[in-house]
Design a protein around this ligand. Structure first.
Ligand code: BDR
Ligand code: CA
Length: 308
């Protein structure tokens, strides 16, 4: 089966992305690494642990960077709640994070299985940038790097920038300019993955996962983003995991992506050029989602984690 390492800042949609990976027989989750993002690192690490135990996963969790490379942390607790999971309180974790830092864990895990692991980043790119700086060969060792972040049209954190890139633009700039071809699963794609009432009705009655986590989280998140997202909250991070499971679900095209780090109004913008004018194409940009198949995949996976 495919192997996936998820770098995340849970985060409601992060939690739903982890559940998708765990409930999908096509992939094996080889690790969860935490980063400060939606909420502070203590919460994102604690949530990664609690979630893995709640789902019944047997997976190492490594704690990563508590703040962006240069900037002050920028959180999104308005969208994810003060603890990162809406108002959901999971049972306290019995386990602990590894003694090793997430950056070490990422490097060692990729080194041990070169060409096999899909590195999937669904939070600010701080850990990935630090890992790259420490061990540039991760660009060769990762099977692929799939990023939930960016956009080739509009932003969400600011008019120009998506949250994960806006939170640490210098890290994102380092990651996009490294010698690999990341898959950018940005807002253009993820805003197509909305948990509408019709989608929600497919989840109803799945079991404990649905009752205690999925539905309360989506209620909170749907309420929080309603004013701007319209019909149902987008499950951003699950799209990146879905790409790893079945790339056929998502249309991609190559482009040149450069991350703006200086703009007064545009810091964190992923400036995307589909022509060759700005330089060689360095990114696979996600553009279209096969809706039915995507929600089938989520529903199947969530049925498998139904009664953890
Ligand atoms: C991204 O930002 C976070 O709030 C979400 O978890 C997702 O990773 C969407 O812009
Ligand atoms: Ca996230």
């Amino acid at each position: 089966s495919k192997k996936i390492l998820i770098d995340c800042d849970p985060g409601i949609d992060d939690a739903l992305a982890i559940a998708l990976a765990h409930g999908s027989p096509e992939v094996e989750v080889v690790g969860l690494t935490s980063v400060g993002g939606n909420v502070g690192l203590e919460h994102t690490t604690g949530n990664a642990l609690c979630l893995s135990e709640f789902y019944g996963m047997d997976v190492p969790v490594a704690r990563g960077a508590d703040r962006p490379l240069l900037r002050a942390p920028r959180e999104a607790s308005d969208v994810h709640g003060p603890n990162g999971l809406g108002n959901v309180l999971l049972p306290a974790a019995a386990g602990k994070p590894l003694d090793r830092h997430a950056v070490e864990f990422i490097i060692d895990t990729l080194a041990a299985s070169p060409g096999e692991i899909s590195l999937t980043a669904v939070g600010p790119l701080t850990n990935i940038a630090l890992a790259l700086r420490k061990e540039p060969r991760i660009t060769q060792w990762a099977k692929e790097l799939v990023i939930m972040g960016g956009s080739y049209t509009r932003g969400n954190n600011t008019p120009a920038a998506e949250f994960n890139i806006a939170a640490d633009p210098e890290a994102a700039a380092a990651v996009f300019s490294a010698p690999w071809q990341p898959v950018m699963v940005g807002l253009d794609l993820t805003l197509q993955a909305r948990a509408t009432a019709a989608v929600r009705s497919r989840f109803a009655g799945l079991g404990r996962f649905e009752r205690e986590l999925l539905s309360p989280c989506l209620d909170f998140y749907g309420e929080a983003v309603q004013y701007r997202e319209g019909d149902g909250p987008p499950i951003h991070d699950a799209c990146a995991v879905a790409y790893v499971i079945d790339p056929g679900l998502i249309t991609t095209v190559t482009a040149r992506v450069d991350v703006e780090t200086h703009g007064r109004f545009t810091s964190g913008m992923t400036v995307t050029d589909f022509t060759g004018d700005s330089g060689p194409h360095n990114t696979l940009v996600a553009t279209g989602l096969r809706h039915e198949a995507f929600w089938d995949l989520l529903t199947d996976a969530y049925t498998r984690v139904a009664d953890p």
